[in-house]
Design a binder for this molecule. Structure first.
Ligand SMILES: [Zn+2]
Length: 85
């Protein structure tokens, strides 16, 4: 995506540089509790999605009624000056 702001052209792109933060996966528990609020428990971020998925089984073991989850993927992006005209 490219936009021109104050006569400076900026481009937004996924950050795949060697020093970019890693893409990470987490899981969050979506199960509603007795007061209809979300459990909200969240795994640590992992670069391997299988490691993040393993957290859901540990959470289910401790909370057998918690069966609904969302995967949260964090992908680094970066703005840089220039790009295609
Ligand atoms: Zn939960």
């Amino acid at each position: 995506m490219t936009r021109t702001l104050a006569l400076v052209q900026w481009t937004l792109r996924p950050d795949r540089d060697d020093d970019a933060p890693p893409l990470t996966h987490r899981f969050r528990c979506l199960t509603l509790t007795d007061d209809d609020s979300e459990c909200g428990a969240v795994s640590e971020p992992h670069t391997d999605p299988v490691d993040a998925q393993a957290w859901t089984f540990r959470h289910l073991r401790d909370h057998p009624e918690h069966t609904s989850y969302a995967e949260v993927i964090e992908r680094p992006w970066v703005m840089w000056r220039g790009g295609r005209a």
